[in-house]
Write a protein that binds this ligand. Structure first.
Ligand SMILES: [Zn+2]
Length: 187
């Protein structure tokens, strides 16, 4: 079975006319599932409108091509949600499924990830995220965590991101989950 876990880069040329994309040019992305797994194709606006792909596949979205940023001059000394996500997907995506999903949600909240589509495959819900900075597509399986399961995973993520820095877990944990003021007793 083809893996559901995958990162698909955005092409630098149009799948139709093979013209190189220019910075900030609109592009139309198509993701279809084949026997070899997920296949992504990016098209320029002309090709998309004059000869739209016959098999429109399972997911389509319109994006903007951005020239890839220059590589970081210095290696990152600190693990970020993005680098951790990539590392875990490479290491053992099945094993870290819960953590990977939480990281993807974090990146979406930070507006670094855009959710482009969802797909159901083999009874799994696959969320299709695009990484804004590079246009890469991340295929992330939603592990359907219950509220009870969510908290230990969030703690695990915080610990993994903490590294040697050891940030105050209380402070980290409350960043995204604001207590409802209505639930606080008046003091
Ligand atoms: Zn084209």
């Amino acid at each position: 079975m083809a893996t559901d876990w995958d990162i698909r880069p955005r092409a630098s040329v149009c799948a139709g006319c093979e013209t190189e994309f220019e910075d900030k040019q609109p592009c139309f992305s198509l993701l279809r599932f084949t026997e070899e797994g997920y296949v992504r194709a990016d098209h320029c606006a002309d090709c998309w409108s004059t000869s739209p792909p016959e098999d429109r596949g399972v997911s389509m979205w319109k994006g903007v091509f951005l020239l890839p940023p220059p590589p970081d001059a210095e290696p990152l000394e600190q693990e970020t949600a993005e680098t951790l996500l990539r590392r875990l997907m490479e290491e053992d995506a099945e094993r870290y499924a819960d953590v990977i999903y939480i990281l993807a949600v974090m990146l979406e909240r930070k507006r670094q990830f855009i959710e482009r589509a969802t797909q159901t495959r083999d009874d799994s819900l696959i969320r299709v995220y695009e990484y804004r900075k590079t246009g890469e597509t991340f295929l992330i399986r939603d592990p359907m965590l219950s509220l009870d399961e969510l908290e230990p995973v969030q703690e695990q993520v915080i610990a993994l991101l903490g590294g040697d820095k050891q940030p105050d877990p209380e402070e980290e944990a409350t960043q995204d989950v604001q207590p409802d003021p209505a639930e606080r007793p008046d003091s």
